[in-house]
Design a protein around this ligand. Structure first.
Ligand SMILES: NC(=O)c1ccc[n+]([C@@H]2O[C@H](COP(=O)([O-])OP(=O)(O)OC[C@H]3O[C@@H](n4cnc5c(N)ncnc54)[C@H](OP(=O)(O)O)[C@@H]3O)[C@@H](O)[C@H]2O)c1
Length: 313
């Protein structure tokens, strides 16, 4: 939990006693939601269902959950392998589109409020983004996610969709840059390598913990519609890697070298924008921006035995 727990607990008190269903609860964001609810809203009844407990592609499984009568549905289930989606658009649509339809239908029948996490990959990266920026996805993943968001918003004026910066968090479950980089660094050091090249694409590394908390705050305040939510500041993968190496005290053992973004893009199937930077404009206008700088969130995240143990001599 974070430093000012008591205030945060009070901020979420409107969620006390509610029945909250989380889909895709085995994933990065789903885990962060489940943990925050367990710690900070102890009287909420939470059904955190992973893919084995609830496969969103199966309409009858969604229908069976009507009996549980959720007050809020947090729909984190997604096929998140962006490169895989590029070659398997139909299979990805089964999860992203059909799955979302099934969960939306369940929520509507239960009169539950709907929360939809959205990706920054719905944007092309040509400008700084806020809620008024028209999306223009460059990948199959981005297109399917945008279509799913439209389904959600058309189904309910109470639905809340939050367009989020790129994630880090959840230790071994982190399948993104930070989650892959740190064990890779440990492997390089074990084999005596002292230099690593990193491309310099720009993003906003955002801690899952911060996203889950801030999203629950929006739900507690009864907010609806579209929001952008990302850490403060921006970082290239190179800057982020250098900060990680510094924070873990590895800067004398390995050099991080900057290479152009295109050298990363050549290895990827799906096209990604070179830079996406969001402004949390709607959050700030309402006084509800609880995001931190990415450096502060990273420092808090790395201060954990999971990481220190990885580099123990
Ligand atoms: N990752 C990011 O950087 C990022 C950034 C912005 C927004 N978001 C959004 O945040 C949301 C959650 O993403 P995430 O990174 O937490 O993804 P994640 O870690 O991959 O979690 C998604 C979960 O959904 C599960 N799932 C897959 N197919 C399913 C199905 N048919 N039925 C039920 N569950 C299924 C996955 O299970 P298996 O692992 O067993 O397949 C996984 O546990 C998504 O909407 C994503 O677009 C992500």
């Amino acid at each position: 939990m974070r430093g000012d727990d008591l205030r945060e607990f009070n901020e979420l008190s409107a969620l006390e006693g509610l029945r909250i269903l989380i889909t895709g609860a085995g994933g990065m964001l789903g885990q962060a939601f489940a943990r925050h609810l367990a710690q900070q809203v102890p009287t909420a009844l939470v059904a955190a269902l992973d893919r084995h407990a609830f496969d969103v592609r199966q309409r009858e499984q969604a229908q069976a959950l009507r009996a549980w009568r959720p007050d809020i549905v947090i729909h984190c289930a997604v096929c998140s392998d962006v490169n895989w989606c590029e070659d398997h658009a139909d299979a990805a649509a089964q999860v992203q589109i059909e799955g979302t339809r099934h969960v939306v239908e369940l929520a509507r029948e239960c009169r539950a409020r709907f929360f939809y996490p959205q990706t920054f990959l719905i944007y092309d990266g040509s400008q700084t983004v806020d809620e008024a920026t028209p999306p223009r996805p460059l990948s199959v993943y981005g297109r399917l996610k945008l279509e799913a968001e439209q389904i959600v918003l058309e189904a309910s004026p109470q639905a809340l969709t939050v367009r989020m910066g790129g994630f880090f968090g959840e230790h071994a479950r982190d399948k993104n840059f930070v989650g892959k980089l740190i064990p890779h660094l440990a492997g390089l050091l074990r084999s005596g390598v002292d230099r690593m090249e990193i491309g310099d694409r720009i993003w906003q590394p955002t801690l899952t913990d911060d996203l889950a908390y801030n999203s629950l705050l929006l739900l507690a305040r009864g907010e609806a519609g579209r929001f952008c939510m990302a850490s403060h500041g921006q970082a290239s993968f190179f800057e982020l890697a250098r900060e990680i190496v510094l924070r873990l005290g590895l800067d004398r053992r390995i050099e991080i070298a900057r290479v152009p973004a295109e050298s990363m893009a050549r290895k990827e199937k799906a096209v990604r924008p070179d830079a996406v930077v969001m402004r949390n404009a709607a959050l700030q206008a309402r006084g509800l921006d609880r995001q931190r700088t990415w450096q502060d969130s990273l420092a808090a995240y790395l201060d954990h035995p999971y990481f220190t143990g990885m580099f123990a001599p």
